[in-house]
Design a protein around this ligand. Structure first.
Ligand code: SF4
Length: 221
């Protein structure tokens, strides 16, 4: 049994960067798929080697610390192994539940469509969009910036969550039963409002809570 007080990591990202230049990559088997294969783990072990580090995170991904000089080749190798490497920075970043490990895929096509059209859009600060495939909502979409809960060809849309900290709070229901044919358009409008009206570097929850009484929100629904 590990002693808690001695079981601490040697190679944190900060420690590695005090002696070199490392980049952190967030890696997962996919937006929906949460199962790694042994071959993917072998690839991860190979690219990290003796110099880098591996850490699991709360965001459905494994964080790899990689020497910055080899990052481009490493991303290529990880993607060749079928792994998804999340883009970093102030962009729209998609998350999703595992759709019951592929048994409940009704919302998968629209989730993929949203990924193709929204992932990577530049925004004032990173905006997490979390899609869950049924009302069980077991991957906590209401604790992300925009939470979508699928039910019978439609989504309930939650906005304004404070995702962490002592004041963490779930988002509130913004729109109920938005048809799958309208959801992409609604999300694009929300993202446009954020880009247009947010203060510099203002997180989405602060922006939404500050502006939610403005007329431009009422025009959306
Ligand atoms: S939210 Fe629903 S579809 Fe998604 S993993 Fe949970 S039970 Fe399955």
């Amino acid at each position: 049994m590990n002693e808690f007080h001695t079981n601490i990591p040697d190679k944190t990202f900060e420690k590695l960067n005090s002696n070199g230049d490392f980049t952190r990559l967030a890696v997962s088997p996919g937006i929906i798929n949460k199962h790694y294969t042994p071959a993917q783990f072998q690839t991860i072990a190979k690219v990290v080697g003796e110099t880098g580090a591996i850490k699991y995170s709360a965001s459905y991904s494994i964080l790899l610390s990689i020497p910055s000089v080899v990052v481009a080749n490493t991303i290529e190798e990880l993607e060749e192994a079928g792994l998804y490497v999340a883009k970093q920075g102030p962009i729209v970043a998609m998350k999703a539940c595992d759709f019951c490990d592929g048994d409940k895929m009704e919302a998968a096509p629209i989730t993929e469509q949203l990924y193709q059209s929204l992932e990577g859009i530049s925004v004032p600060t990173r905006l997490r969009l979390n899609v869950n495939g049924c009302a069980s909502a077991c991957y906590n979409p209401v604790y992300d910036d925009i939470g979508l809960v699928y039910q019978k060809d439609s989504f309930d849309v939650y906005l304004g969550a404070v995702p962490m900290g002592a004041n963490a709070q779930a988002g509130t229901l913004f729109a109920k039963r938005v048809g799958v044919e309208h959801i992409e358009d609604l999300l694009k409008q929300i993202i446009s409002l954020y880009k247009e009206h947010a203060r510099p570097n203002e997180p989405f929850y602060k922006f939404y809570r500050r502006t939610k009484c403005a007329d431009y929100w009422k025009d959306l629904i």
